[in-house]
Design a protein around this ligand. Structure first.
Ligand code: MN
Length: 221
């Protein structure tokens, strides 16, 4: 049987001479029965329609911060490095996937990109702009389970996770959703109120702030 082909966009933040992405994404796709294709971000976004047409699904993965200019804000000193054309390229991939009816899983930065694409805004830095209650940016131990996310029981996310009321998640982000994008609803929150998951009406764009691909062999309930 033909396996689903899942596209995963790459970043240059690890090394500007390489289009790269973490091994955990590709391994997670393989473990789930799919095949992975890495997609290099291009300044010219006109190839996105053809690229997406070759895919069965898209993962918008983690990476650096999102350019605040894309949601109409000045860059604060606490905002980290961003690469504008990579943000725009990832947005175009998501837009195309939605247009072509291909499901999207947006993870961490991918969720923030999706929120901005559909008109939302971000906290550029959670501790200085929102809350210090939970240290969401776990620089050293970001693969560890760290906080809970309470789920909306009737959400697509809760259904595919097995109807659980909450899950234990890792946390490797210092930005988060501020104003929610149009057409989405929040389906998971941390105890400090941070948006940890959102989805569109039919669940075809599913967004999580944590890294499920780093938790494949972990107990989350
Ligand atoms: Mn978190």
């Amino acid at each position: 049987m033909k396996k689903p082909i899942i596209g995963i966009s790459t970043i240059t933040a690890f090394d500007e001479k390489f289009h790269s992405q973490r091994i955990t994404y590709t391994e997670a796709v393989w473990n789930a029965g799919g095949e992975s294709i890495l997609i290099p971000a291009k300044q010219d976004k006109s190839n996105c329609a053809q690229i997406v047409s070759m895919l069965d699904g898209l993962i918008a993965p983690g990476g650096p911060d999102v350019d605040p200019d894309l949601y109409g804000e000045e860059t604060l000193p606490e905002c980290g490095k961003f690469i504008h054309y990579e943000d725009e390229y990832d947005m175009e991939l998501i837009r195309e996937a939605a247009r072509q009816g291909k499901p999207v899983l947006a993870i961490c930065r991918g969720m923030q990109v999706a929120n901005v694409l559909y008109g939302g805004t971000l906290y550029q830095d959670i501790p200085t702009q929102f809350s210090r209650e939970i240290q969401h940016s776990r620089v050293v131990k970001d693969v560890e389970i760290y906080h809970e996310a309470v789920l909306e029981p009737d959400s697509f996310l809760a259904r595919i996770l097995g109807e659980w009321e909450s899950v234990k998640v890792n946390s490797s982000h210092h930005q988060a959703v501020k104003d929610l994008a149009e057409g989405f609803r929040i389906v998971g929150r941390a105890s400090d109120g941070t948006v940890e998951a959102m989805e569109n009406e039919d669940g075809s764009i599913l967004c999580v702030q944590w890294h499920p691909e780093r938790m494949q062999d972990m107990e989350i309930y």
